[in-house]
Design a protein around this ligand. Structure first.
Ligand SMILES: Nc1ncnc2c1ncn2[C@@H]1O[C@H](COP(=O)(O)OP(=O)(O)OP(=O)(O)O)[C@@H](O)[C@H]1O
Length: 246
C-alpha cells in the first residue's frame, strides 16, 4: 500500500495501488525496446510516462490496454476488469479531421447508445456537467470544426470524461497546443480530479507540464527504466524540454 499523499488526503481518495507493473519487457523480433520495467500506478495520482521518441511509451500503453501482449513481466490490477473504465485522450494535430458537428453532439458521440438517436435524462445531465467541467458550456452549440485547438482538445477530453473513467490516459494530449491552451487542459483535469476518483497516465515530452502536474514518473530508456516521485526526477537524464512537441 502506498503512503497516502497530502493531495489524496485532501481529496479523500482511497489509498490504493491501482496497478503494479513487474519486470515488464517488450520485444519486436530480436530487438528489446525495454526490459525489467517496474512501476506502480497509485489511485488518484498522475503518472508521467516519459522517455525519448521511439523508446516505447505508446507500446507500453497499448500493452496496458490489452492491445499488445507483453514479451516479459506482468500487469497486476487491484480492480477487476469489470470495475475498470479506461478512457483515452489522443494528441491534438492541427490537420486532424474534424466533423461538422456541434461540440455537444461531438461529446455525446461517446455515450454507448447503440442505434438510439436521443439522449436519456441521465446522459443529458452527465453531458451538461462534463461540458461545464471542461469549460465548454458556452461553446456547446458551436461547431467543433471551427473550434480552436484548445477547445477541440477539451472536447476530446469531455468525450473521455462522459464515459465515467477511473483511469484517464493522456497520450501527448497537450502537444501542439499553445501555453494558455495546454495549461487550461491540465487545470481542467486537475480540477476534475478534485471531485472525482480518477487516476491519470500522461505521456508527455513537456517538462513544465510534467513537473507541474505529475505526482510520479516512469522513465523508459533502452538501458533500463526508473520509477519514482516527480520531485526526485533528475531532469538531466531527459532530452525533453519546454517545447510543445518533441
Ligand atoms: N507492432 C510492431 N512491430 C514492430 N515494431 C513496432 C511495433 N509497434 C511499435 N514498434 C516499434 O517500437 C518502437 C517504439 O514505438 P513507440 O510508438 O511505442 O514509441 P514512443 O516512445 O511512443 O515514441 P514517440 O515519443 O515518438 O511517440 C518504434 O521503433 C516502433 O517502430
Amino acid at each position: 500500500m502506498a503512503i497516502r499523499s497530502i493531495e489524496g488526503i485532501r481529496r479523500g481518495i482511497e489509498e490504493m495501488t491501482l496497478l503494479t507493473g513487474s519486470n515488464i519487457g517488450m520485444q519486436f523480433g530480436d530487438r528489446w525496446l525495454y526490459k525489467n520495467v517496474d512501476f506502480k500506478l497509485e489511485n488518484g495520482h498522475v503518472l508521467a510516462l516519459i522517455g525519448d521518441n521511439g523508446v516505447g511509451k505508446t507500446t507500453l500503453l497499448r500493452a496496458l490496454l490489452g492491445q499488445l501482449p507483453l514479451s516479459a513481466g506482468q500487469f497486476d490490477w487491484e480492480t477487476s476488469e469489470a470495475d475498470r473504465a479506461i478512457s483515452y485522450v489522443p494528441q491534438y494535430r492541427p490537420d486532424m479531421q474534424a466533423f461538422p458537428l456541434r461540440i455537444s453532439d461531438f461529446v455525446a458521440l461517446s455515450f454507448d447508445r447503440g442505434m438510439r438517436p436521443w439522449l436519456t435524462a441521465t446522459e443529458k445531465e452527465k453531458l451538461s456537467h462534463v461540458l461545464a467541467d471542461t469549460h465548454l458550456t458556452k461553446l456547446a452549440k458551436s461547431r467543433i470544426d471551427t473550434a480552436s485547438g484548445g477547445e477541440r482538445q477539451r472536447a476530446y477530453l469531455a468525450q473521455a470524461l462522459v464515459q465515467n473513467p477511473n483511469v484517464l490516459i493522456l497520450d501527448e494530449a497537450t502537444a501542439n497546443l499553445d501555453n494558455v491552451a495546454k495549461f487550461e487542459l491540465m487545470d481542467v483535469i486537475r480540477d476534475y480530479q478534485a471531485h472525482h476518483e480518477i487516476t491519470v497516465i500522461m505521456v508527455s515530452h513537456d517538462l513544465e507540464i510534467i513537473q507541474r502536474y505529475a505526482d510520479d514518473y516512469l522513465l523508459l530508456t533502452p538501458q533500463g527504466s526508473e520509477f519514482g516521485e516527480i520531485a526526485n526526477l533528475d531532469i538531466s537524464k531527459l532530452k525533453v524540454g519546454n517545447q510543445n512537441h518533441a
